[in-house]
Design a protein around this ligand. Structure first.
Ligand SMILES: *Cc1c(COP(=O)(O)O)cnc(C)c1O
Length: 402
């Protein structure tokens, strides 16, 4: 088939990131379709019984069942591995399915992991509640403190698990330093890169071993489907992860994979424009609220580190009001354009009160330790004209006396 280059890594690995996001991994059927086909099929038929046997024995290339392989999902996996600079990738039904699989597939009773304290609420549930139930111990550290990572290592430490920037406090973990500490001790790093995506930050270039995603966020980018992915060395993906996911079944549907493939085509445009919009809104809000965190602002305590690791600030900012939950809820209720919603990475501007939504499942103690205060709000900046978002905030802030 003419110019069918999306599957040839010797060609696609030379492409620049925006080209990879549009064309990487694309395969065509005999119809020559330009847009990737959706293969909504659970199974595959064989020409003869011997073929079926050969395929199950791994002696014949081909698909057997969509819990194990699917052509549409495989296109997305190839594209994501390429964009991440990873040897391989596997997609999952959601970001949390990806995080759970990335951890459980390689941990056993008696192992120990170290995790960053600022994290997505469900990731903290995995480390604090689920893993200990199966005899895996967790030490939670301040992810911004490199020495804390080193000091937490024990003889049975298997993994470091963290996100950067972290949800929702926007803590930045020093990727190069923390991955080097892990390497030296023979510990693997699992990085949740949902906020930045490979277009703004490629943790493997800083020494990370495994990078996991919620593709629900920036990759879909329009708030339509849940999806997740794990990227890593071929040996890890094909052996350790695949035996876990093929038998437990957190499989991504072909339709959702297709939606994410379409989302990736515009990821470069969206994430750059949304980062520009976020910076403009952040500069306005910074003058009107007591405290605001955005990695691309000079006022962020780890601004320099963030900009060393990331190409732009991303779509998320967090702000702190002095009037606690009452004023935070008041501001949310006074907004007309910005929706009250806990999703992020969407093309719409959305704001949530983490203490009463995304992080409500954690104890007040854990929230306080993470910096999720009652007066804190997390804001995702979308693709609207930032001046309209600023107008909306100007009006809503006045309504709550700011
Ligand atoms: C949303 C999110 C997740 C979970 O992803 P889902 O697709 O909602 O399951 C995990 N980590 C981070 C940082 C997230 O923002």
């Amino acid at each position: 088939m003419k110019r069918l280059t999306g599957q040839d890594r010797s060609i696609t690995s030379r492409w620049r990131p925006a080209t990879q996001a549009v064309r990487g991994g694309t395969a065509r059927s005999e119809y020559g379709e330009t847009s990737e086909a959706i293969f909504l099929t659970s199974g595959y038929a064989y020409d003869c019984a011997a073929d079926a046997a050969a395929r199950f024995a791994g002696e014949q290339v081909g698909m057997t069942y969509s819990r194990l392989q699917n052509p549409t999902v495989e296109m997305l996996e190839k594209r994501l591995a390429l964009m991440e600079g990873a040897e391989a990738a596997r997609c999952m039904a959601s970001g949390m399915a990806a995080m759970t699989a990335a951890l459980l597939c390689q941990l056993s009773q008696g192992d120990h992991i170290v995790a960053g304290r600022a994290a997505f609420g469900s990731c903290r549930w995995l480390t604090d509640t689920l893993l200990p139930r199966f005899g895996v111990e967790t030490t939670i550290v301040d992810g911004t403190d490199n020495d804390a990572w080193r000091d937490a290592i024990r003889p049975n430490t298997k993994l470091f698990f963290f996100e950067t920037p972290a949800n929702p406090t926007l803590d930045i973990v020093d990727l190069a330093a923390v991955c080097a500490i892990a390497r030296e001790a023979g510990v693997l790093t699992v990085v949740d890169n949902a906020f930045a995506t490979p277009l703004l930050q490629r943790p493997m270039e800083f020494g990370a071993d495994i990078v996991a995603y919620s593709a629900t966020k920036m990759m879909d980018g329009q708030g339509r489907v849940l999806a997740g992915a794990v990227c890593g060395p071929e040996e890890f993906i094909e052996k350790t992860l695949l035996s876990f996911t093929r038998n437990t079944g957190p499989t991504l549907s072909a339709f959702n994979a297709w939606v994410v493939l379409k989302g990736l085509e515009t990821l470069d445009l969206r994430i750059r424009r949304q980062s520009e919009n976020a910076l403009q809104v952040a500069r306005f809000l910074e003058k009107r609220v007591p405290r605001l965190l955005y990695p691309a602002l000079e006022s962020h305590p780890q601004h320099e580190l963030a900009m060393r690791q990331m190409d732009a600030g991303g779509t998320i900012l967090s702000l702190y009001l002095d009037g606690g939950r009452k004023q935070a809820h008041g501001l949310l209720d006074a907004l007309e354009l910005v929706d009250i919603s806990n999703n992020i990475g969407d093309s719409r501007s959305l704001m949530t009160h983490p203490a009463s939504t995304t992080h409500a499942g954690l104890s007040a103690e854990v929230r306080a330790e993470m910096g999720v205060e009652e007066g804190m709000l997390r804001l995702n900046i979308g693709l609207e004209d930032p001046l309209d978002v600023i107008d909306d905030f100007d009006r809503a802030l006045r309504a709550v006396g700011l």
